[in-house]
Design a protein around this ligand. Structure first.
Ligand code: KG4
Ligand code: ZN
Length: 354
């Protein structure tokens, strides 16, 4: 762990170009000292993947190839900078879609080599956690962080900037994946999370009592497959009986069940560890009901509840540049052997403990 007091002037003044291409956003950002965003460009491929009802990996890779240079150019332009002003090149190395990751990793390696700049490969989930340092410049570890994205549901105790203890995870579907699947089942389409969030605002969260999955003897783990099946059964039963169901009520009730599972475990973890700060991160942390319930439950216990601005919840490169800042200060340097690591686990780099 680096000693904040021992940082040199140069280390405190680092401008990092971040690159993110792990899924369906091609993104580049310039961030100073891990917390000050000078530019944040995101080229979303959502419109194209929507035609297929989900992300098509081969299309994602091709679009990253087409867009990445333009996105980086725009990020530098918006920051009012050239490559000479950049101290470090940072890139998402995993987890994610292998072909998509390779585009960003290859681009970053080429830039670092051609410009003689240091290269730092970043864990995507650590990037999501770091998004909170951007929105909350005063935030310092330790704290508890719930990371909820399309592919991951992790409960982590952040002991230090690079010291993560993974205490809970999903046993089956990720929270975002469950949102997307239920949204598709009720005909809201892709991407389901934000659409379901919106539809739920008109509904009654207590209209249908859906199950809250428990993982026996694992107080911090999550399970959503039972809930997903219960929702699908509810829809099928209604169809068989010829009953019409209120999409708003169904969405609100489902969302309430997911959010309650997430909040209960996160708050329990913070209480048991004796930490007074709870953060949420990842695409699902943009969810209105999750933010509201987490805030309420934290306030009741005298805890602080933090979440990133919506633009830093979903995939972006500013969070990658932010995480890279702490990696760089801790001595992390990558080289031409850096590779895409599609199945990278939280706990497989840095000084994590599991
Ligand atoms: O972090 P992210 O952009 O990509 C991954 O790393 O997976 O998360 C995307 C996920 C999707 O499943 C999307 O439906 C979900 O985040 N999401 C939401 C909301 N906004 C995005 N889920 C619920 N409510 C939202 N408002
Ligand atoms: Zn993500």
């Amino acid at each position: 762990m680096y000693n904040v007091n021992a940082m040199t002037d140069k280390e405190q003044n680092l401008t990092i170009l971040g690159i993110e291409s792990s899924c369906d956003e091609t993104a580049a950002a310039v961030v100073r000292n891990g917390r000050e965003v000078l530019s944040n460009i995101i080229s979303s491929q959502i419109d194209i993947h929507t035609l297929y009802g989900g992300v098509v990996p081969e299309i994602a890779s091709r679009l990253h190839c087409e867009n990445i240079n333009g996105v980086i150019r725009l990020a530098l332009k918006e920051a009012g900078m050239g490559f000479d002003d950049i101290d470090v090149i940072a890139v998402t190395k995993g987890p994610g879609l292998v072909g998509a990751l390779l585009v960003g990793v290859s681009e970053a390696k080429a830039l670092a080599y051609a410009l003689h700049k240091p290269l730092v490969g970043v864990h995507h989930i650590e990037g999501h956690i770091a998004a909170n340092y951007i929105t909350h410049p005063g935030l310092k570890p330790p704290y508890v962080c719930l990371v909820v994205s399309g592919g991951h549901t992790h409960l982590a105790v952040v002991h230090g900037y690079r010291d993560f203890e993974l205490v809970g995870r999903t046993m089956d579907d990720a929270a975002g994946e469950t949102f997307d699947k239920v949204a598709r089942a009720v005909g809201l389409g892709y991407p389901g999370g934000p659409k379901l969030d919106k539809a739920a605002r008109e509904g009654d969260p207590h209209a249908i009592e859906f199950p809250r999955g428990e993982v026996r003897d694992h107080p911090y783990d999550f399970t959503f497959s039972g809930l997903k099946s219960a929702v699908l059964n509810h829809i099928n039963m209604a169809q068989m009986k010829g009953e019409t169901i209120s999409t708003a009520d169904l969405c609100a009730s489902f969302q309430n069940a997911v959010v309650e599972s997430l909040v209960t475990r996160t708050v329990r973890c913070a209480e048991n560890y004796g930490y007074h700060t709870v953060a949420i991160a990842g695409g699902v942390s943009a969810n209105t009901a999750l933010r509201r319930m987490m805030l309420e439950e934290c306030e009741k216990r005298g805890m602080e509840c933090l979440y990133p601005e919506p633009v830093f919840c979903t995939d972006n490169a500013a969070m990658i540049a932010s995480a890279a800042y702490f990696e760089y200060l801790d001595g992390v340097r990558d080289d031409a052997f850096l590779n895409a690591q599609p199945n990278l686990k939280l706990g497989s780099t840095g000084s994590h403990r599991i």
